[in-house]
Design a protein around this ligand. Structure first.
Ligand SMILES: NC(=O)c1ccc[n+]([C@@H]2O[C@H](COP(=O)([O-])OP(=O)(O)OC[C@H]3O[C@@H](n4cnc5c(N)ncnc54)[C@H](O)[C@@H]3O)[C@@H](O)[C@H]2O)c1
Ligand SMILES: N[C@@H](CCO)C(=O)O
Ligand code: NA
Length: 433
């Protein structure tokens, strides 16, 4: 049986989970891959009581792992950009295959990393970085390989989904729920990455690249977080028969590719609407298969380790198989330049929340502005004025409209003297329904 030697850098939440899964399931893994997969070295600043490393060589300097001749696969689980990039490049240059859970690194430096990997004939695998334990990348790369992918949409940040769920179900304050997610090891080192949609944009960039065969285009991904979603919006959405979810959406259109992350109203009857808590889900529409949907834990120690170890097993098979039997672990294609549709050009239905002074005729003025821009109202509700400020909320669902046109109407509504605060705008998506 061929030995495959693994070096792990970083022994935090995911690193310790990876050690535990590799050790606990060693027999199953060797039966399934035909390889003896063993951890030969760990690079860590300190031991982690969540896993037993007493029989493994542990060094402080992670760069020792990158140059260790007894390491075939370097597993990067330190997170962050600069050191991680240096480590991965050094390991590739030394002929080591890479497994990483670092979506920030792949989304922002992946084009450079893959170019180097191609030169060196090295595999770089990153399943754990996208939707944690869900085999989303593997599904796109292998299970759906026959399809032209039309679009995909996903709840791909566990922390954000956890926050929206707790706010809706328990009315819990934002800060308390975020603290809980941090304590459970779900949140990024900088939790604004979760809350402001940057983490989801990293993952969407990677999904879109795999789905459409395009370069990684994180800089062109439109990103809006959940920090401005209020309990009122969650409640009004529910009254309209919708839920608000933080979605990453990638669509292949005639005019260009849509790449966007933002809070989204989706019909309450849609399967994605019931994906709650830290769970993730990815919905993919392919021309042959139609829609397929994947659901599972998007974060956490062992769920994420499950994907890290799956990548290690894939690479073990590749390096132990005769060349003619190499399984299909492709690198991202270099792709060609593609145009990404500016957010103003997308055509979507929308939810607007307009806070207005409670005077006769205000509702008419608002609907008149919408009508003048050719914006059709699908549904509307007005709430009683609050005693505190004498203002009432008007919530509107519009029909599909190009976003630039809608924004013109919104700024005209904001100019009306009875409108006391900025209009809240959340996009609506029926997700192919
Ligand atoms: N936590 C999750 O649920 C989850 C899920 C998917 C992906 N990820 C990604 O996995 C990676 C690791 O996340 P985590 O949650 O395990 O983070 P973590 O903070 O728990 O662990 C990172 C570990 O790396 C160590 N480290 C950092 N720099 C180091 C260095 N130079 N030398 C030695 N050790 C160093 C830290 O001390 C820490 O123990 C990140 O890229 C993260 O985005 C995490
Ligand atoms: N912070 C991320 C971890 C998984 O990538 C999340 O909450 O989804
Ligand atoms: Na995954």
């Amino acid at each position: 049986m061929k030995s495959v030697n693994v070096g792990i850098c970083g022994l935090g939440t995911v690193g310790s989970g990876t050690v535990n899964v590799l050790v606990r399931n060693a027999e199953i893994l060797s039966a399934r891959t035909g390889c003896d997969i063993r951890i030969t070295q760990i690079g860590a600043r300190r031991p982690n009581p969540s896993c037993d490393t007493s029989e493994i060589s542990v060094v402080n300097d992670i760069f020792e792992v990158a140059s260790n001749p007894d390491v075939d696969i370097l597993v990067e689980l330190i997170g962050g950009y600069d050191t991680a990039l240096k480590l991965v490049k050094e390991a590739i240059s030394n002929g080591k295959h890479i497994v990483t859970a670092n979506k920030a690194l792949i989304a922002e430096h992946g084009n450079e990393i893959f170019a180097l990997a191609r030169e060196m004939n090295i595999v770089v695998a990153y399943e754990a970085g996208v939707a944690g334990g869900i085999p989303a990348i593997k599904s796109l790369r292998e299970g759906l390989v026959a399809n032209r992918i039309n679009w995909l949409a996903g709840i791909i940040n566990g922390t954000g989904n956890f926050i929206l769920t707790e706010m809706k179900d328990k009315g819990s304050p934002f800060a308390d729920v975020l603290k809980q997610a941090q304590d459970l090891g779900y949140a990024e080192a900088d939790p604004t990455f979760d809350v402001e949609g940057i983490d989801a944009a990293h993952k969407l960039t990677i999904l879109a690249s795999n789905a459409f065969g395009i370069p990684l285009m994180f800089d062109k991904t439109f990103t809006e977080g959940i920090s401005k979603v209020t309990p009122e919006d969650l409640q009004y959405a529910e009254e309209f028969g919708y839920r608000i979810k933080h979605l990453g959406i990638a669509r292949n259109t005639d005019k260009g590719v849509e790449l966007r992350v933002h809070p989204t109203l989706i019909p309450e009857s849609h399967l994605l609407a019931s994906v709650d808590g830290v769970m993730n889900s990815v919905l993919i529409d392919g021309d042959a298969v139609g829609q397929t949907m994947y659901y599972g834990a998007g974060a956490g120690s062992e769920p994420t380790a499950s994907a890290v170890v799956a990548d290690i097993a894939d690479i073990a098979r590749i390096i132990s198989a005769p060349e003619c039997a190499v399984p299909p672990v492709s690198l991202l294609s270099a792709g060609q330049d593609v145009s990404v549709l500016p957010i103003g050009e997308i055509v979507a239905a929308s939810y607007l929340r307009i806070r207005a002074e409670d005077h006769p005729g205000v509702l008419m003025k608002v609907t008149e502005v919408l009508g003048q821009h050719g914006i059709n109202i699908d549904a509307l509700l007005q709430k009683e004025a609050r005693e505190s400020d004498g203002c009432a909320d008007i919530a509107v669902l519009t029909h599909h409209i190009r976003e630039n046109l809608l924004m013109q109407a919104v700024s005209e509504i904001e100019e009306l003297e009875e409108i006391t605060s900025p209009v809240v705008h959340i996009r609506v998506d029926h997700l192919g329904g």
